[in-house]
Design a protein around this ligand. Structure first.
Ligand code: NAG
Ligand code: NAG
Ligand code: NAG
Ligand code: NAG
Ligand code: NAG
Ligand code: NAG
Ligand code: NAG
Ligand code: NAG
Ligand code: NAG
Ligand code: NAG
Ligand code: NAG
Ligand code: NAG
Length: 716
């Protein structure tokens, strides 16, 4: 028997004596075992596991330096597919570590693996069926078990956990496990430090028992269908650093005893049905970095002690029934705070000035509350602030607010809709701030005045919402030169004059340049009821409906290849519909209803292959309704209120016409001259990526950049 290490010296001898089978460094029976494993798999690029070579030199194989036996087999991300041959480990008596993570193994997980190994990582494969179905009470040696991100179903056998007395890490997240979380978890495996049951189909309550895991640091069971009270014995596990039970149906109050978990860094109980108040002694959790309690039914006020959690980075309380004056809270101790979300509660009082002392804060949402007063001037000092949402409150002095916020040099997103009422449109003379602003919403404030010139200086603004105000005067021609603008919402104002042809040159609606500007927003948000969590492609739109606009629709609008939505409804537009609108090759919604448009509907619009909503109702149009392309799908209501329109959709026959042929050809020529057809959709669809790189919403790695699920409803 060879008890030497497989040194390169030995290999040289091997090469010389390669005909002699006795000099192989690895044990023959072990080599055969590996080959029996190999027989059931295929690899994208072949493994160099040739019969003649020393198996200790094979890719992924490590032998023990003391006895030359195989101790580790590690082939992660190797493009392997096939099944795991159940008995291959039986003769590999020293194998302690098997890592086949991120391959494409399928079929069941053999029980034999748990008995022999210490570390088993089979994460990110396609393993299926149930685990551990044997009823043999042989001891289980495993200490680290990662079966996460497979297709495993069935329940976790309590017998398994009872036998696995050395288990330290257990991860079965992102599978299809059913049944209860085994209550015997900790009675057999007292060494456990990390338990991850998240993203499965576990049901029922969590029975007491977890406190027997006296070393437990991480407990995750989010994204299941668990219910009942939060297991109260958990509150006595002083070792706990992370609890994540998000997205379940836990109910009842949080227990004040939770304040005994002095090592807790992460507490995620969001998206449950918890009620009652936030525990008054929560301030004792001085190591807490992340507190996510949003989307529950918590009531009462925020306990003053909360601001003693001086390590807090993330504080999310939105969508609860909390209230009380927030002006009385002293945020000055939260020097590490990055994101705070108090949105959609009933908080009253003024925005607390002590919030200005949170120097690290990048995102603040106070939207949808009952806040009064003005934006505190000290907010000008929040140099890291990227995201501010205070929509839907009862604040005053919008001009003052903008004068203050323009000093927040890093502000990218500013939601101020329905937050002020009936004030003059602010006029910021000599504006030199907001140079990073990408989203500005000031909708629904009944602001009076003209579209102010300072907006022209917002070179990064992509979305501008001035809808539902009392803005009068013309749409300024300079809007067409705003370099980044691709969502313009001027709906429901008193705008008059024509639609400027200059809008037809809006650069961000013609060619996509966002790949050179992959800006990171501080937080994901919800837009027009779609949530954009990671990447988002905002639907590009031009909305000027419900105004007093006159004149004809400029043909130049037809150049806006990337436009998805064009709303011109309920104005006084006249003249004919320009056939050039067929250049809007990405258009999904076109609303021209409620105007004085005349003439025929251009046949060229049949080329708008993505058009799913169309209306020219209530105009003065005539002639035959186009019948090809998407026009086959529109209902009569798209055309009603035009007595002289005819066509099958309206069940109204058209008189036979002689000159139809020529006019169509003219149209074809005209529109094909400056609008290249075809590539538009592709560019548009993948275009507007304001990338948001977040970790998956359920992983809780405790990394600073991890997911803060913080959707900002457009109404917030
Ligand atoms: C097999 O490949 C691994 C790395 O891929 C290499 O380290 C090893 O030397 C190779 N062994 C033989 C016998 O070719
Ligand atoms: C283990 O090795 C013995 C020979 O030592 C052999 O007979 C047996 O088939 C092997 N078992 C497996 C599962 O490979
Ligand atoms: C398995 O290998 C992957 C890739 O190298 C590594 O990230 C992972 O930590 C390994 N698993 C264990 C349990 O060591
Ligand atoms: C194990 O289960 C089988 C049936 O699946 C049964 O025949 C056998 O008696 C059981 N053994 C023990 C020890 O319970
Ligand atoms: C469990 O595995 C998943 C990957 O499938 C990983 O994201 C998660 O962090 C792991 N859980 C723990 C507690 O390490
Ligand atoms: C969940 O598992 C599937 C494979 O079953 C994998 O494709 C997916 O990426 C995993 N999700 C996460 C968040 O790791
Ligand atoms: C587990 O999945 C298999 C198919 O992969 C199915 O046949 C079996 O019924 C499932 N078992 C449970 C308990 O859902
Ligand atoms: C909070 O809700 C509970 C019921 O869940 C109720 O008993 C209690 O009075 C409420 N407290 C406040 C301050 O509204
Ligand atoms: C506010 O929260 C409630 C649940 O507490 C939810 O039903 C509602 O949709 C939320 N409103 C907004 C605007 O997000
Ligand atoms: C724009 O303002 C209107 C009116 O307040 C509102 O309905 C809409 O949700 C706002 N859109 C966004 C993206 O803020
Ligand atoms: C624009 O205003 C309309 C009201 O007509 C509103 O429904 C919509 O959400 C707004 N869209 C954007 C992008 O602001
Ligand atoms: C894209 O933007 C960059 C700077 O942001 C500019 O230099 C470049 O000319 C733009 N390209 C196009 C095609 O507009």
């Amino acid at each position: 028997m060879i008890s030497l290490t497989c040194s390169s010296f030995l290999i040289s001898i091997l090469l010389i004596l390669s005909s002699s089978p006795n000099v192989l460094c690895c044990h023959e029976v072990e080599r055969d075992s590996l080959l029996s494993f190999h027989r059931y798999i295929s690899a994208a690029a072949p493994l160099n596991w040739t019969y003649s070579a020393d198996c200790c030199e094979w890719e992924g194989v490590t032998c023990s330096s003391s006895d030359g036996r195989v101790s580790h087999l590690s082939l992660p991300s190797r493009g392997l597919r096939g099944t795991i041959f159940p008995t291959f480990v039986l003769n590999l008596t020293s194998l302690s570590h098997l890592n086949l993570s991120r391959n494409q193994f399928s079929g069941p997980v053999p029980d034999s693996l748990f008995r022999r190994l210490q570390t088993l990582d089979l994460s990110y494969n396609r393993l299926s069926g149930a685990i551990f179905q044997s009823n043999q009470t042989l001891p289980i040696s495993i200490t680290t078990l990662d079966l996460s991100s497979n297709l495993i179903n069935g329940s976790v056998d309590p017998l398994f956990l009872r036998l696995a007395s050395n288990l330290i890490q257990f991860n079965v997240s992102n599978n299809s496990f059913t049944g209860p979380i085994p209550s015997s978890i900790c009675s057999g495996s007292p060494l456990l430090e990390s338990l991850d049951f998240s993203v499965n189909k576990f049901t029922g309550g969590v029975a007491p028992g977890i406190s027997r895991c006296s070393r437990l640091k991480v407990f995750r069971a989010g994204f299941n269908a668990l219910s009942g009270l939060i297991p109260s014995d958990m509150y006595y596990l002083k070792t706990l650093e992370e609890i994540s039970l998000t997205n379940n149906q836990f109910s009842g109050p949080m227990n004040n005893d939770i304040s005994m978990l002095s090592n807790l860094r992460i507490l995620e109980l969001h998206v449950n049905e918890l009620s009652g108040g936030i525990p008054p002694d929560i301030g004792l959790l001085t190591n807490l970095e992340q507190l996510q309690l949003h989307t529950n039914r918590l009531n009462g006020s925020v306990p003053p002690s909360l601001t003693d959690c001086s390590n807090l980075k993330t504080l999310l309380l939105r969508n609860n029934l909390l209230g009380g004056e927030i002006s009385t809270l002293d945020f000055s101790k939260l020097q590490r705070l990055q994101a705070i979300d108090f949105g959609n509660n009933s908080f009253a009082g003024e925005i607390p000035g002590s919030l200005c002392l949170c120097r690290s804060v990048t995102a603040v949402r106070l939207a949808y509350n009952k806040l009064t007063g003005e934006i505190p001037p000290c907010m000008a000092s929040l140099k890291s602030l990227a995201h501010l949402s205070i929509s839907d409150n009862y604040l005053s002095n919008v001009a003052g607010a903008l004068e203050i916020l323009k000093h927040c040099d890093n502000l990218e997103v500013l939601f101020l809709s329905r937050c002020f009422d009936n004030e003059p449109m602010p006029d910021l003379l000599l504006l030199n701030g907001f140079q990073k602003l990408q989203i500005l919403t000031l909708g629904g404030c009944q602001l009076k005045g003209r579209i102010p010139l300072w907006i022209a200086k917002l070179r990064k603004v992509k979305l501008l919402n001035l809808s539902y105000n009392q803005i009068y005067g013309p749409i300024p021609t300079w809007l067409g030169d705003m370099p980044s603008l691709f969502v313009l919402n001027l709906t429901q104002n008193f705008l008059s004059g024509g639609l400027p042809p200059e809008l037809g040159r809006l650069p961000a609606l013609i060619s996509d340049n966002s790949s050179s500007d992959l800006s990171y927003l501080a937080l994901p948000f919800l837009f027009d009821s779609f949530q954009y969590n990671r990447l988002f492609n905002l639907p590009r739109g031009l909305k000027v409906g419900n105004n007093r606009l006159t004149g004809s629709i400029p043909k130049e609008i037809g150049r806006l290849k990337l436009l998805h939505i064009l709303e011109l409804s309920n104005n006084f537009f006249n003249g004919s519909i320009p056939s050039e609108l067929s250049g809007l090759v990405n258009l999904e919604k076109l609303d021209m209803s409620g105007n004085h448009l005349s003439g025929e509907i251009p046949r060229s619009l049949e080329r708008l292959h993505f058009l799913s909503a169309f209306s020219v109702a209530n105009n003065d149009l005539e002639g035959q309704i186009p019948s090809g392309g998407q026009f086959d799908t529109f209902s009569p209501s798209s055309f009603e209120g035009n007595p002289r329109l005819c066509g099958a959709v309206l069940h109204r026959n058209c008189p036979v016409k002689s000159s139809v042929g020529t006019s169509l050809e003219e149209e074809e020529e005209e529109s094909s001259s400056d609008i290249p057809f075809g590539i538009g959709y592709f560019v548009g669809f993948f275009a507007v990526s304001i990338s948001l790189v977040f970790h998956s919403p359920w992983s809780s790695g405790g990394v600073v950049t991890r997911s803060i699920s913080f959707p900002l409803a457009s109404s917030l």
